[in-house]
Design a protein around this ligand. Sequence first.
Ligand SMILES: [Zn+2]
Ligand SMILES: [Zn+2]
Length: 165
Amino acid sequence: MDQSKNLCVVCEKSSIFCLSCNHGLCKGCAEELVKTDKYNYCPKCDNYLDVDIKKLFTDYANNNNEFVNGDAIWCYSGANSNWWSFTPNQCKLIENNFQLFLDETELNEMKLTVSIGSIYTLNFENMTQSSFNDNTKKRNLKRFEFRSLTDFADNNVIGIAGKKF
Ligand SMILES: [Zn+2]
Ligand SMILES: [Zn+2]
């Protein structure tokens, strides 16, 4: 039996991506190939890929609610000058609205439903978040671009959406 497509052609760990040439790739090696701009060709047989590795990897990360290199990370302030990040999917939604805000200055806030019954108003002009029902409860917002996992520590982010790292 041919096991080759179940193993990563770079490191021989089990693969999660199957390339159009039928070679396998693990998540870590796929990420490395995307980072180094080597995502158009199979690293083993050098065939041009129908679906490039960047697209495979990005789709995977989006479906699994993970941050990808270059993503905008949105955070709200916690106690003791710590920060919490929103979830990857929430960050994408906030970033889309933020880009609209940058384009047309009249759209300076958005509503974000974080769980059943919890709706927040995010104000991009003041970079604050307040509870939709009680706008005296305010937190600060900040944004940075995700480059590596140490970014979270560097920015005093202690967890994602109330869940500690
Ligand atoms: Zn690998
Ligand atoms: Zn190949």
